[in-house]
Design a protein around this ligand. Structure first.
Ligand SMILES: [Zn+2]
Length: 113
């Protein structure tokens, strides 16, 4: 289950951040889920809940939002979302597009008290 591996990575980052912050209680976190990450929000939520409880965190509120797939054209300066998957630049019709974001799950913010 891919979501479990992703959740494990997030818990690692989370633990590091909490260690840096010192004495505080985790109450929530916000995650951006990339459109092309292949992650199902429902499964990720379940995996995170399981791991959080396992790591000793209870009642952590999880916030998710979609991160659109953003592409950048190396032929011109266009950057944005593609309407379809034809993979060519809407400005110059070049095909040298690079995926800028939307592939990953990112831990954006943690809430502590
Ligand atoms: Zn272009």
């Amino acid at each position: 289950m891919h979501e479990m591996a992703v959740a494990g990575g997030i818990i690692n980052i989370l633990s590091q951040k909490l260690a840096e912050l010192g004495d505080c209680k985790l109450i929530g976190m916000q995650l951006a889920v990339g459109k092309l990450s292949g992650i199902e929000e429902h499964s990720l939520r379940f995996a995170l809940d399981t791991l959080l409880v396992g790591a000793g965190f209870a009642d952590v509120e999880l916030h998710f939002h979609d991160q659109p797939a953003l592409f950048k054209c190396s032929g011109c300066s266009w950057q944005g979302q593609l309407q379809s998957f034809n993979m060519s630049c809407p400005d110059c019709e070049g095909s040298d597009l690079e995926l800028v974001s939307g592939q990953d799950v990112i831990l954006e913010r943690i809430e502590v008290e």
